[in-house]
Design a protein around this ligand. Structure first.
Ligand code: DQQ
Length: 576
């Protein structure tokens, strides 16, 4: 790549040649044979995040195997040590004392053996009795992408960094039988210990278009037997990647250990990452251990029409139980929305969202997600607004903080919902994104659109609005939340979706809250206390560093009041 430094045009010609030859195979895992080992010489800084998890260079995707062990939180992640595009997949490894400051270590596992020669794909870690962590991961064994399930153990349990991992020769532990799809058989979950004394795990898969999670059982963690039937499956949902299955307490405000599956007063969450849409969907339901079945609650829907963790750039999430603060924490890969050429040029791609603690909403119909409290240690200069009225078409600039790297919490209120626009039931509930792009943040409404203009340029040629719009539908109101990247950058060639989701919130008190974590190329937002979350990746050309601005706005006829707005400049932690 020294050549690329001297002749930047040569790199461009080379990349165009690669694309013309279609080295990028259109599939869930694009393989860029000629790019995957193209190490970056210079790393472009402009879109690097200040406080989100990212590496100095190269590609990362799914978070893998988070655990707490002897004083450190460990995060592993899908990692290409050799380039800024997906390929050569190993398990990168970082450790942290607070889930905010991270130190990068050498990759924990990388392709080297017959059972993972073509990739160490996603998986989980379980801490076995006696405080013994063990990794389960998917090994790819050939060019046809035949997948098997392997394990790895620490070489030295006395090392709190768990730097070295061993992949014993009795791998693979699990191979697909002839009834199964060997190329869609991956991403083992964290194991849970049943009251029957058996360890259980799920592995994601599909049969034709039916998404499946297979259940495996083991007494000794080495010999695994497939249960007679899958724990759960659903027609027409396609391949289920990165399943996550865990209990949530109905009454307590703490999280639960994955092995506390067989208790009263709990519900279960089954999350799957749909290969077909690249979003994370979940249902709440009941786990019947004797039957080895999971049944989603009435009104819960598997797949496309189901609930999502996040309605934006957010995929392959993974949760774990934090035994120190007794909470369940989840995070996900916030993939780039720029082009592969941009990634090669930037020298890096992929960040992880801010870790979120998850609880069940007291209404029992959904989860609540909230950035972990440790994030607040990064808050620096603060500005506040109180009882500020925003009439139709007004906006107010939030001055005095670093608007490109900020945390903003705001509560809006309104006097009446009478002016809410009528909800048209012909709008396809599935296509909230279309609704958001048609109505946008500038088309005048009744109650809303109101919200924040993040990463806005001085002349408002660029901005990423995060906002609400309230509709009237017979006897109830429907709240739409949008994070709209369509005006985020003057660059034409980027993917700039108008992400959107409905918010299941009670409007009796005529208030709606919003929190946005703004971090250069990412805006991660939490509506109504974390009922609906949307993450957008954006690449402004003008609204960068100190040229980025933050506004609150209202483009509805109903006056909106900013009850309270707190905004902080955010510090940058130690990041790998
Ligand atoms: N990414 C991994 C797979 C997983 C997919 C490969 C999800 O194991 O299914 O990098 O993004």
């Amino acid at each position: 790549m020294e050549l690329a430094k001297k002749f930047p045009w040569a790199l461009l010609v080379f990349l165009l040649f690669c694309f013309a030859k279609n080295y990028g195979v259109e599939a869930s895992h694009k393989v860029y044979t000629s790019l995957q080992s193209l190490s970056a010489v210079n790393v472009k800084r402009v879109y690097r995040t200040g406080f989100h998890f990212q590496l100095e260079r190269n590609w990362i995707n799914d978070p893998n195997g988070p655990i707490y062990y002897n004083g450190f939180y460990h995060l592993f992640y899908q990692y290409n040590p050799e380039g800024a595009v997906w390929g050569n997949i190993a398990w990168g490894h970082s450790v942290s004392k607070d889930l905010i400051n991270w130190k990068k270590l050498e990759p924990a596992i990388f392709p080297s053996k017959i059972f993972d020669k073509y990739g160490c794909w996603s998986g989980s870690a379980t801490v076995l009795p006696g405080n013994k962590p063990i990794i389960l991961y998917t090994g790819v064994v050939d060019e046809n992408i035949t997948e098997v399930q392997n394990y790895a153990v620490p070489a030295d349990y006395s090392d709190p960094y768990l730097r070295k991992w061993i992949k014993p020769d009795n791998n693979p532990l699990i191979v697909a039988d002839e009834s199964m799809n060997t190329t869609a058989f991956r991403d083992p979950t964290t194991a849970w210990l049943g009251l029957d004394g058996l360890w259980k795990i799920l592995v994601g898969s599909r049969r034709k278009h039916r998404g499946i999670v297979y259940l495996y059982r083991s007494r000794d963690f080495m010999n695994w037997v497939k249960a007679k039937h899958p724990l759960h499956s659903s027609a027409n949902t396609g391949n289920w990647e990165c399943p996550d299955f865990f209990p949530v307490s109905l009454h307590a405000t703490n999280g639960l250990d994955t092995s506390l599956m067989e208790r009263n007063n709990i519900k279960h969450v089954l999350k799957v990452s749909l290969d077909g849409t690249r979003y994370d969907y979940y249902t709440l339901g009941t786990y019947f251990p004797q039957l080895e079945r999971y049944i989603p609650d009435k009104n819960m829907v598997d797949g496309l029409r189901g609930l999502r963790y996040d309605y934006g750039n957010f995929y392959a999430s993974k949760s774990f139980f934090d035994p120190i603060k007794k909470r369940r924490i989840m995070w996900a890969w916030a993939n780039e929305s720029d082009t592969t050429l941009d990634d090669v040029e930037k020298g890096w791609a992929g960040i992880q969202t801010i870790p979120r603690s998850i609880l069940i909403d007291p209404n029992g119909r959904q989860l609540l997600q909230w950035p972990i409290e440790e994030l607040e240690t990064l808050r620096r200069k603060k500005v506040e607004l109180h009882k500020k009225k925003l009439k139709k078409g007004e906006h107010v600039e939030v001055k005095g903080i670093a608007a490109a790297q900020a945390d903003v919490e705001v509560t809006f209120s309104f006097h009446s919902l009478d002016k809410a626009e009528k909800y048209d039931f012909s709008w396809d509930e599935l296509d909230t994104q279309k609704l958001c792009s048609q109505k946008g943040s500038t088309v005048q409404g009744g109650v809303g659109p109101f919200g924040l203009l993040t990463l806005a340029s001085q002349d408002l040629k660029e901005y990423t609005p995060v906002f609400f719009r309230i509709f009237k539908a017979n006897s109830k109101h429907i709240v739409l939340m949008c994070s709209d990247a369509s005006s985020s950058s003057l660059r034409e060639e980027l993917y700039k979706p108008s992400f959107a989701g409905f918010v299941d919130v009670d409007l009796t008190d005529k208030k709606l809250s919003l929190r946005s974590l703004i971090d250069h190329s990412v805006v991660e937002s939490f509506g109504a206390g974390g009922k609906t979350c949307i993450t957008s990746r954006v690449y402004p050309t003008l609204a960068i560093y100190e040229n980025a601005h933050l506004h609150a706005f209202n483009n509805g006829t109903e006056t909106i009041i900013i009850e309270k707005l707190d905004a902080w400049s955010m510090n940058s932690p130690q990041m790998n």
